[in-house]
Ligand binder design. Structure first.
Ligand code: ATP
Ligand code: MN
Ligand code: MN
Length: 364
């Protein structure tokens, strides 16, 4: 037995019971496991993908660098296959399996295609099967593209250049200014990875609300039209609010990730800041705008702060351990048959009987 008592001895089984900082000591291991998770997702093996993601997430929460497999002890959520990968990386610096995946034509092509805004695994996979391999192939073979995918392809390079925090903040201010024009007192909150402390991200997630319930209705379309009229929007598609409390809770597991807020998936045109993009003067940036009535705001904030895995684990914990249904709108107790209201994220954790995890510790 190693002198470093098992690192994972006190590791709680659900990611939402752990604190997971942005920076951790096992980067090479988590990268390898996440590559395999991604690759499994590319072939539609959701279960396998989740197993690798879970293992990676456990390693992210370890208090120190792992130097031997034995230090893990009987950790929850790390299966045989993941242990083998961890061992290979610890012993040889790389996993042959992971390196093979990264070089494979399928993985590389799937990665290239899924990085197009509006292209998911299914579309990318179909293109791959049709023999398409490059972005040029898509154009030359006149592949049918949605308006969203066309925009994604047009701005491919910009949209795959990380968004810096300063850029996210200036987009937040642009939206705040527009919001004030139409609904003074309304607020704009930066959620997503930036709220978890990430220095950059793939998009900007903004949550809009107003302290008086109902006043937020109709706000988004006015804000978007105005921004558009100012030439600040390169692409947008909006969705109306389709949430109705009287319908009761969503069945757990079903539409896990999606919520029904009024929202806008967009691409902003951001004027160059300093040296960034100075050659051209502007940069395309993906922005998600979501409007929540104030009573649902803490749930929306919790749901849109992520990480994706942290959210998934929160919902799994709520269902399995508490018989509650959590989504980005509400928390429903199926034993008491009632909704549990909350005025803050802290209160939601309290309802769930979980220790509060601040946003910067949700990088599961
Ligand atoms: P990145 O820096 O790559 O943007 P991120 O954590 O912000 O990282 P996003 O994809 O922007 O990743 O998602 C942020 C959070 O919003 C996630 O936790 C996810 O659960 C939630 N989310 C994203 N898309 C939707 C959606 N369509 N419906 C509901 N929730 C969503
Ligand atoms: Mn994001
Ligand atoms: Mn987003």
């Amino acid at each position: 037995v190693s002198a470093l008592a098992p690192l994972g001895q006190q590791m709680a089984p659900y990611a939402c019971q752990r604190r997971t900082p942005l920076l951790h000591s096992n980067q090479p291991l988590t990268e390898a496991l996440e590559t395999l998770a991604e690759d499994a997702g590319f072939s539609g093996s959701e279960g396998r993908s989740l197993a690798f993601t879970r293992a990676a997430s456990v390693l992210k929460a370890l208090p120190g660098r792992l130097s031997a497999l034995e230090e893990l002890g009987p950790l929850p959520g790390i299966g045989e296959h993941s242990r083998r990968v961890i061992q290979d990386v610890l012993e040889d610096g790389v996993s042959v399996e992971v390196e093979r995946v990264k070089l494979s034509e399928r993985y590389r092509t799937m990665k290239l295609f899924t990085k197009i805004f509006g292209v998911g695994v299914r579309t990318a996979s179909r293109w791959y099967q049709e023999g398409l391999r490059t972005l040029v192939d898509l154009q030359e073979r006149n592949t049918k593209l949605t308006r969203q995918q066309q925009a994604g392809l047009r701005h491919y390079e910009d949209l795959n250049t990380p968004v810096e925090r300063g850029e996210a903040e200036s987009i937040g201010r642009m939206v705040q200014e527009a919001v004030q024009r139409f609904l003074p007192g309304a607020s704009v909150t930066l959620a997503g990875g930036f709220r978890r402390g990430k220095p950059h991200g793939h998009d900007v997630d903004l949550l809009l609300t107003h302290p008086e319930a109902g006043r937020e209705a109709g706000l988004l379309s006015r804000v978007v039209s105005w921004l558009d009229s100012q030439g600040l929007i390169l692409y947008q598609h909006s969705q109306e609010n389709s949430f109705a409390l009287h319908e009761g809770p969503e069945p757990p597991g079903g539409r896990d990730v999606l919520d029904r807020f009024e929202r806008c998936f967009s691409i902003f045109r951001l004027e160059a800041q300093g040296r960034l993009g100075a050659a051209r003067g502007w940069k395309a940036v993906r922005v998600d705008l979501v409007v929540a009535p104030v009573g649902q705001f803490p749930f929306a904030l919790l749901g849109w702060t992520g990480s994706r895995h942290f959210e998934r684990e929160l919902r799994r914990f709520a269902g399995h351990e508490r018989k509650m249904v959590l989504n980005s709108h509400t928390l429903y107790d199926t034993r008491l048959n009632l909704f549990l209201p909350a005025a803050s994220e802290e209160e939601i954790f309290q309802h769930l009987g979980l220790e509060y995890v601040p946003p910067t510790q949700r990088n599961a």
